[in-house]
Design a protein around this ligand. Structure first.
Ligand code: GLP
Length: 263
């Protein structure tokens, strides 16, 4: 795992967007796994800026979103379909037919989940999977106790997740959809690279458990320790409970120095 600690959320977002930009410049038909939640918003803003200012071209890109609530229409103001439209898709040039988001209905979900997995394989697999993290260590909507080998399926959301998302649904957890379709942990692990983002003190314990704790289904993000190419981009507050913080900073500083020498 590469741990990149940035002083602020704004820098975290820029560094993550630069990783995606550099990959896109090398591979114009990049396959991106995308996440929702407040954490990636700054990354999407930076990518939109690169598109507008530098002409960064997304016309060959294919995307697969991690998850979607079940039981609300796709055009609901807080559906992940709406989120992606608002924060990214309406602002850059990814062809609509290249964008994939799990459906928001349970009808025919078994077949849908199989087709979603098959579409990822048909696209050549995910090159970079963007991930946020829940306070309980979940990735996508893979709540604690999710099988570390799980595939795209319906999951019931944990109470802590319902509480975290309640502000989006009028402040009451009764209004939050109880289930979601999510890529599985095993699906996520097949991405070539994972880009785990976290900001703020409320994520510090989850990051410490995911990066330095035991690998366990109790903290689904901890399985990323087994992934050969995971980059964890976090701000100081989210890094505050890590034991080896000085070492991670030294490793990253040395990497930047080596990159400078190469230029
Ligand atoms: C939800 C999403 C996750 C996201 C998490 C954290 O549970 N399904 O993909 O990582 O929220 O969201 P935030 O970035 O808003 O803290």
């Amino acid at each position: 795992m590469e741990i990149v600690i940035q002083p602020t959320y704004a820098r975290l977002a820029e560094v993550a967007a630069e990783i995606i930009r550099d990959a896109l410049l090398k591979k114009p038909n990049l396959v991106l796994g995308l996440a929702t939640g407040s954490t990636p918003i700054g990354v999407y803003e930076a990518l939109v800026e690169m598109h507008k200012t530098d002409g960064l071209d997304f016309s060959g890109v294919t995307t697969f979103n991690l998850d979607e609530y079940v039981g609300i229409p796709s055009d609901h103001p807080y559906s992940y379909h709406t989120f992606m439209e608002t924060h990214l898709f309406s602002l850059i040039n990814i062809p609509p037919e290249n964008r994939h988001i799990p459906q928001s209905t349970a009808v025919g979900h078994v077949g849908f989940c199989e087709r979603y997995e098959a579409a990822i394989v048909a696209a050549g697999g995910i090159d970079i999977q963007v991930l946020g993290i829940g306070k309980d260590g979940h990735i996508g909507f893979n709540e604690p106790s999710s099988s570390l080998g799980s595939r795209t399926r319906i999951k019931t959301l944990a109470r802590s997740t319902l509480e975290a998302n309640a502000p989006h649904f009028g402040g009451t957890i009764d209004a939050v959809p109880k289930m979601a379709i999510t890529m599985g942990v095993g699906t996520i692990m097949e991405a070539n690279q994972c880009l785990l983002l976290a900001s703020g003190e409320s994520k510090a314990a989850a990051i410490a458990n995911a990066v330095e704790g035991p690998i366990t289904a109790e903290v689904p993000a901890s399985v990323l320790q087994m992934h050969p190419q995971t980059v964890v981009v976090i701000d100081e507050a989210a890094a505050s409970q890590l034991k080896r913080i000085d070492y991670y900073k030294e490793v990253y500083a040395n990497k930047l120095e080596l990159l400078d020498q190469e230029i």
